[in-house]
Design a protein. Structure first.
Ligand SMILES: *Cc1c(COP(=O)(O)O)cnc(C)c1O
Length: 366
């Protein structure tokens, strides 16, 4: 069986290998069988290895849902009574965390700053000094909306200095940019299966300090389906998810992790960077400019400014590229017109060398 290969340059879901796609085609199984619980047990242990988390201190908890479910769960589950969350916000994904706080009426500080810059660490520290009731410091590691990489190690150190836990949205960096939870001062991180690990959408996971999850048992409960402690406890007792897991997605995630460890952390990161470099060189050769300064970039997303041409039409460029097997994606910067070219997924620089002439033709056709 041959499956048409599309090169996805959108920020996830990412291009997958055929072996990951085909891993979903398995005999029907009831996920309450011991055999299936065993598969999830192995998957949870392997997820810890990606971020070098010691299973004595950290655990991983699986959920059925897209990546945003993790943001929702961490914020609604990990805030003690009468305490505040500090959201270090320089982009669309941290703004989403602010919205979660608003929806649950969680006390929070939205420390908003320019989407074109890294957050000001001195201001983060000042805010922590002035607000001793902050119990949770949150930011997005890689702001996928712009491609800006945030300094989680430094922000995590500040959180710890002032007695708060660190919660980082690593959805678009985990399993791509090497992360070491101890060195990077990460108490909680998160991702979904369709990004860094290059599997299918529908499975998300939170990796965090077991002790903090246990403590959260006594915190106010603000959701039933999306409560971290409840799901953790169910895994501990039964090895299973509380409610129906995304069965076939889990099979593909297990295959994807095999391929992740076979490729290797450093080699995979080098491949993503190779793709990123090819994208940057390619767009520069077409005279296109970037929105974000080089030294702030993650190496995973390039934000391309709309060219200054009267008949520019992103939709038309997108559609032409799509017809030729390449998916490009609009930007998420409200004040500036951009589109994004991402280097997630099972792609390599040859794909970009094939893509750039297609993009060129698409622009010329305008
Ligand atoms: C993709 C992504 C998410 C999750 O988005 P979903 O649409 O819910 O999958 C969350 N945070 C970041 C930084 C992301 O890139």
């Amino acid at each position: 069986m041959t499956i048409k290969r599309n090169v996805l340059l959108n920020p996830g879901p990412a291009t997958t290998t055929d072996t990951v796609k085909m891993a979903q085609v398995v005999p029907d199984i009831c996920p309450r069988e011991k055999e299936f619980a065993g598969l999830m047990h192995g998957l949870r242990a392997d997820l810890l290895k990606i971020v070098h988390a010691d299973p004595k201190d950290y655990t991983s908890v699986l959920f059925t849902g897209s990546g945003t479910i993790n943001i929702d769960i961490c914020l609604n589950s990990l805030l003690p009574e009468g305490k505040k969350a500090l959201i270090v916000n320089n982009g669309a994904y941290s703004s989403r965390a602010v919205e979660v706080c608003q929806y649950y009426h969680l006390p929070h500080i939205d420390l908003k700053s320019s989407v074109f810059e890294r957050p000001d660490l001195a201001l983060v520290e000042k805010t922590l000094q002035e607000n001793p009731d902050i119990a949770l410091v949150y930011t997005t590691h890689h702001e996928t909306g712009t491609g800006v990489l945030n300094p989680i190690r430094e922000i995590g150190a500040l959180a710890h200095k002032y007695g708060a836990i660190s919660v980082f949205d690593t959805t678009s960096s985990l399993a791509m940019i090497p992360i070491d939870v101890e060195k990077d001062n990460v108490d909680f991180c998160m991702a979904s299966a369709q990004k860094g690990i290059m599997a299918m959408s529908g499975l998300s996971f939170i990796i965090g300090r077991t002790e903090e999850i246990r403590k959260s048992k006594s915190y106010p409960t603000r959701s039933y389906y999306c409560n971290l402690y409840l799901q953790y406890e169910y895994f501990e007792k039964t090895g299973e998810m509380h409610f129906t897991p995304p069965v076939q997605t889990i099979y593909s995630a297990i295959q994807a992790l095999k391929e992740y460890f076979a490729e290797g952390e450093q080699a995979k990161w080098a491949r993503h960077l190779r793709v990123n470099r090819a994208i940057k060189e390619g767009i520069a050769s077409l005279g296109l400019k970037e929105a974000i300064r080089d030294e702030l970039q993650s190496g995973l997303v390039v934000s391309v400014l709309y060219p200054d041409m009267p008949n520019w039409d992103f939709e038309k460029v997108h559609d032409y590229c799509y017809e030729h097997g390449f998916t490009i994606y609009p930007g998420k910067i409200s004040t500036t017109n951009t589109f994004r070219l991402c280097s997630l997924g099972a792609i390599d620089e040859d794909d970009i060398h094939a893509f750039i002439p297609v993009l060129k033709a698409a622009i010329e056709r305008l």
